[in-house]
Design a protein around this ligand. Structure first.
Ligand code: FES
Length: 179
């Protein structure tokens, strides 16, 4: 298994790039009066794909909250990222209905196929060189069609190992074509 953290995949925001994001203007754009903290965090993630940790302090000031409150909300909800997603991001449902339909065996296949680990702090490269991130989620609303997963936000149901391999190859190709 490779252990190379992918921070420089062509054209995709990286952790290094995230350091260059100016948090104050970002917060000013989104922390409008009357907006809840959750709504602001969603708006920032919609714009950037993640919520930079540097926004916690300016968010707290702008919304008259403590930094601990903002940090607590940001880290409580799994939906929010504090770093850019991998160019190919797989979110696999590991809740009850999917578990009963073999999602854990599918998870093992996905890890073996990609050389990555679910919910790892680092992202890795697969054999073809595309960066892949594996994330566990808990119910995608497709319980009757489990096991379910998303790849880069697109939902797929009744996923078998063979179907996953085809989906991964297609997603990898799309990333390579746009890099
Ligand atoms: S339990 Fe997996 S989609 Fe609902």
């Amino acid at each position: 298994m490779k252990d190379k953290c992918i921070l420089d995949f062509g054209g995709v925001p990286t952790l290094h790039d995230s350091n260059a994001i100016a948090p104050e203007p970002l917060v000013q754009r989104h922390a409008q009066p009357g907006r809840s903290l959750l709504a602001v965090l969603h708006a920032i993630q919609d714009e950037l794909g993640f919520v930079p940790p540097d926004t916690v302090a300016p968010l707290a000031r702008a919304m008259n909250l403590s930094r601990a409150e903002v940090h607590g909300v940001l880290t409580y909800y799994h939906h929010f990222r504090t770093h850019p997603a991998a160019p190919v991001t797989v979110q696999l449902c590991r809740a009850e209905a999917c578990r009963s339909m073999g999602t854990e065996a599918l998870a093992q296949h996905i890890e073996a196929r990609t050389g990555c680990r679910f919910d790892s702090a680092h992202q890795h490269q697969d054999a073809e060189g595309a960066a892949v991130g594996l994330e566990s989620v808990y119910c995608l609303g497709q319980c009757a069609l489990s096991p379910a997963l998303t790849i880069n936000g697109t939902l797929h149901a009744k996923v078998t190992p063979q179907k996953f391999d085809a989906l991964l190859a297609a997603a990898t190709k799309r990333v390579e074509e746009t890099a």
